[in-house]
Unconditional design. Structure first.
Length: 112
């Protein structure tokens, strides 16, 4: 029987995070949403379309986040293992524009 990996996220209470999820390295904190925490993890099932209740598929950015959390800790499986992922580069023009906006903002704040 073949088992399929599905990378999912779930919204849990802080109490659940502190008492359970944070103690197991296979769970990755993706972020906070008011008083709740998004947790990313992998499930396995013979049905490739299976999705547990209260779980949602990870976005590409969240897959990267989980991979960056698991890879240095040697936690298998890795969501991006065997997949070539290109890092998003910010163009020099965009960086230059952001620097100009930042300088203008600092100048405005310092004048007031």
């Amino acid at each position: 029987m073949k088992i399929y990996q599905c990378w999912v996220k779930k919204l849990v209470d802080k109490k659940e995070w502190n008492s359970h999820y944070s103690k197991l390295s296979s769970y990755c904190m993706l972020g906070k949403d008011f008083d709740k925490i998004w947790v990313g993890f992998v499930i396995g099932d013979p049905n490739p379309d299976y999705m547990p209740d209260n779980c949602f598929a990870l976005t590409t950015d969240e897959l990267r986040q989980v991979d960056e959390y698991r890879r240095p800790r040697n936690i298998a499986p890795l969501p991006l293992e065997g997949i070539k992922v290109e890092k998003r580069e910010i163009s020099k023009e965009t960086l230059s524009t952001l620097d100009k906006i930042k300088a203008k903002f600092i100048k405005m704040v310092s004048v007031e």
